[in-house]
Write a protein that binds this ligand. Structure first.
Ligand code: GTP
Ligand code: MG
Length: 370
């Protein structure tokens, strides 16, 4: 998910002297003697077994030695954030103009990778406050810029609380989690993944089939419940989702189940009747955690949805699904800055264990800044 951005940033953060080494192709040159020596060293077979095979191996090794291994040609940028800044950092202080001139290209890179405009502005501010007017020695410039970028990205993200600790610390169980978002974002699948995650951590849970609207939604959740061997509370299609949630909580209380996961129908945030229904589910079930489920790949759309759900229903945290097919990763970098809510998990596939607990550190590592 972060590969593209990582590669771009790596190219951008490369020092000019490193970039000047142009790597278009290289030829492996392994001499015959060296190859023979290597093979002799590795070979533990008896003399009789060796002869025919060694000759064949030598022929293959020599053929391989002549193969030209193409490498991805790294595009020589005429100037980027890093190289431009480096050029401008002399013994004097870095001016605002010089910084702005350098930042423009980084800004485009971030916007192209789905980082929201507000988040880009915040990043700019953070970088500017760390670099403008600073007396930076040439020798320290590279490290300082990289550190500043790291700090700037860190300040966009939020570290989520530990879900397990949150559940354990609630005295009167069950701990109730409500999932919502627009159609098809992965709510039901994420519920199943979280049920699996909780089970792995010895926390019992029950599922509430609160999507009484979409055809086959109840059966879909039921299949997961059966696979995972967790109880499900359901009702008829068309029945009130708030009462399904209420029944599930009652069931959990009487069966000493620690956590209830409430599924809801996908709803367009533009439809006020559906959002009203959401408010009723919240009023009745009093969730301890309201998780907005959005698709990482949809970029600014997911961020807009999160904003509206937060304004109407109030969200406590976010699950970004389909991060496995998101090449840009900008949503992951921006959604917490816009909503001020942490990402709890990233969905990284369709299996039960394709759920990645979110940490700031893992993001930095994934984009090559840690
Ligand atoms: N690649 C990938 N696919 C996912 C992920 N999460 C969910 N999906 C797929 O997305 C599709 C929709 O998932 P659902 O869980 O049914 O989504 P939903 O939000 O409950 O959908 P509605 O109930 O119709 O609103 C399914 O095909 C899932 O397998 C993920 O993290 N990665
Ligand atoms: Mg669903």
């Amino acid at each position: 998910m972060f590969d593209f951005l990582k590669k771009k940033l790596r190219t951008w953060l490369k020092k000019p002297e490193e970039k000047s080494v142009k790597k278009s192709s290289r030829t492996k040159k392994v001499g015959k003697k060296e190859t023979e020596k290597k093979l002799r060293k590795q070979d533990t077979r008896t003399k009789a077994e060796k002869t025919a095979e060694t000759e064949a191996e030598l022929i293959i090794a020599e053929a391989e030695a002549k193969v030209t291994v193409p490498e991805i040609e790294e595009k020589e940028e005429s100037g980027n954030f890093f190289t431009k800044l480096l050029k401008k950092i002399t013994t004097s202080k870095l001016s605002e103009n010089d910084f702005d001139d350098s930042f423009q290209d980084l800004e485009i890179l971030l916007l192209e990778n789905n980082v929201a405009l507000d988040a880009v502005d915040a990043l700019r501010k953070s970088l500017a406050s760390q670099l403008i007017g600073q007396q930076i020695k040439k020798t320290e410039a590279a490290a300082r810029i990289q550190q500043a970028l790291k700090e700037a990205i860190m300040s966009l993200l939020q570290e989520p609380p530990s879900l397990l600790e949150q559940i354990h610390s609630k005295e009167e169980k069950p701990f109730v989690i409500l999932f919502f978002g627009i159609n098809g974002t992965g709510k039901t699948t994420s519920i199943a993944k979280i049920a699996y995650f909780l089970k792995q951590n010895n926390i019992s849970c029950a599922l509430a089939a609160g999507d009484t609207f979409r055809a086959a939604s109840i059966e879909q959740l039921e299949t997961h419940a059966n696979n995972l061997k967790v109880p499900i509370v359901k009702s008829k299609y068309g029945s009130d989702p708030a009462s399904v949630a209420f029944d599930a909580i009652k069931y959990a209380k009487s069966h000493k189940i620690q956590c209830v996961l409430i599924d809801t129908a996908g709803r367009m945030y533009t439809k006020s009747n559906l959002m009203k229904e959401m408010e009723k589910i919240i009023r009745i079930s009093k969730p301890d955690l309201k998780l907005f489920v959005g698709e990482s790949i949809t970029g600014n759309d997911a961020i807009d949805q999160a904003k509206v759900f937060n304004d109407t229903a109030g969200i406590d945290g976010i699950i970004l699904t389909k991060a496995d097919i998101d090449k840009k990763a900008g949503t992951i970098l921006s959604v917490s800055h816009i909503t001020k809510k942490p990402i709890y998990f990233l969905g990284t596939g369709q299996s039960y264990n394709d759920l990645l607990p979110f940490t700031k550190k893992s993001v930095l590592r994934n984009i090559g800044l840690e």
